[in-house]
Design a protein around this ligand. Structure first.
Ligand code: PLP
Length: 432
């Protein structure tokens, strides 16, 4: 019935997350509040891990792309579920280290890592630095030399795949700020340079073709292109890489009508392509990594708001204003992302109205959704926006000095605070 298995409706007609009444949660924690089903997150992790084990016979690893939702609790969950972690900044790396995450299972991405970030990563022994460009390659070799270390790296490659998704979240094509291009020979030059350095060990290649991708073909094509490049390197330079990181990007359900292919199907099909291509090109099977972010956490959370004002503009539209908005969920103002919204305390009633849900910021574009079906609501009702687990809290801001909301996780029907809500004094703590 809903976009996620963890959602339901109880006998009071209230929306539930893993059996927990969201209206009670709104009372207990206040609104806005982001509520995750920890059970659902862990199930998603287990499904990915068992799928990679099945399809690659244990010769692979799942890395959670922490930028989708990064906090210490999330790092601990990934550690307990036996996964690795993908980080893209010093702050994410710090969070993981502070949570006790094993650094050898951390992959450090990013198109412009600073010297300080690279030093921090090398000092703490991150598993792999995924090098994005030639400047970083040189910088990293020098840093590793100065610290007396040898650093294992992957090179980020643009495989030239055009995945059908929003322009801002496409990353595999040649016109992208990420990685080395194949077509121009830039990638091969980077390989040659990398193997000439003494404090760097090039162990493999990485690609990530975009996000919220519904088709399987672009993933199959990317795997094939990457392996063909590996075969070229083997032939030209006599080196065979051990690792292939195929990135993330698996689509999830935001709307009931969204129909992403189940990732188990993706895993199976891509594994087939990898095996067949390796055989055809006479390559050993590499250690395969995947990096799901959105598909681990996206559909596992809802955001709860309280309705403040309901403004009916005759013959124009109805604005339902809530006590959050672009500060906790900037995805609508960024990408016009679609969401299902419902009244948590009237979840059994029909969504008979068509409304625009607006945030509280001084910005006309601060909308959560336009022309959305919703139950007839009044001030004091609780609204639930579904599938807000990925790229919401992690993209939140303090615009208008609105404090970030708390994050709650429900496990075995019991809620627990994962991130405290910010206070007004937090808003001024760095002011001088
Ligand atoms: C963002 C990102 C991911 C995760 O993408 P999702 O769409 O959230 O699965 C994985 N790898 C890299 C390098 C990324 O930048």
């Amino acid at each position: 019935m809903y976009v996620s298995d963890c959602l339901g409706v109880n006998e009071k007609g209230h929306l539930t997350v893993s059996g927990c009444d969201t209206v009670d949660l709104a009372k207990e924690y206040g609104t806005p509040v982001i509520v995750y089903s920890e059970d659902q997150i862990r199930q998603n992790c287990r499904d990915f891990v068992s799928s990679i084990d099945e399809n690659y016979g244990g010769n692979g690893m799942v890395l959670y792309a922490s930028k989708a939702f990064c906090c210490k609790k999330m790092c601990r969950i990934c550690k307990e579920e036996g996964m690795g972690l993908d980080v893209v900044s010093g702050g994410e790396l710090y969070t993981a280290i502070d949570a006790g995450f094993p650094t050898e299972k951390i992959y450090f991405h990013g198109n412009n890592k600073t010297v300080a970030e690279l030093v921090y990563a090398v000092e703490h022994g991150v598993g792999r630095v995924v090098v994005d460009n030639i400047f970083e390659l040189e910088r990293l070799d020098k840093i590793a030399h100065d610290l007396g270390k040898k650093v294992k790296i992957l090179l980020r490659i643009k495989p030239g795949i055009d995945a059908h998704t929003h322009d801002f979240i496409r990353t595999g094509q040649i016109d992208s700020k990420f990685g080395f291009a194949l077509e121009t020979g830039e990638a091969m030059d980077a390989v040659v340079k990398a193997i000439s350095f003494t404090n760097i060990e090039l162990v493999g290649l990485h690609c990530h073709i975009g996000s919220q991708i519904f088709d399987i073909d672009p993933f199959e094509l990317a795997a094939k292109v990457m392996l063909e490049f590996m075969a070229d390197i083997k032939q030209d330079k006599g080196i065979e890489f051990k690792e292939l990181n195929l990135g993330g990007g698996f689509g999830i359900k935001y709307l009931k009508t969204d129909a992403p292919r189940p990732f188990t199907e993706y895993m199976k099909k891509v594994a087939c392509v990898v095996k067949e291509t390796c055989k055809a090109l006479n390559l050993d099977m590499p250690f395969v990594l995947i990096e799901p972010g959105r598909s681990i956490v996206g559909a596992a959370a809802v955001t709860l708001y309280t309705v403040g004002a309901v403004k009916k503009i005759p013959d124009v539209r109805t604005y339902v204003s809530v006590d959050g908005g672009m500060t906790d969920n900037p995805r609508y103002i960024l990408y016009q992302s679609k969401y299902e919204i419902l009244c948590a305390n009237k979840a059994n009633e029909e969504r008979s109205e068509t409304v625009t849900v607006a945030g509280k910021c001084c910005e006309s574009g601060d909308l959560v959704q336009e022309w959305a079906p919703l139950q007839k609501v009044e001030p004091g009702d609780i609204l639930a926006v579904l599938s807000t687990g990925a790229y919401n809290y992690s993209m939140a801001s303090n615009y208008n000095r609105v404090p970030r909301p708390p994050v709650v996780m429900v496990k075995d029907s019991k809620p627990e605070l994962a991130i405290r809500g910010e206070s007004f004094s937090d808003m001024v703590k760095n002011d001088l």
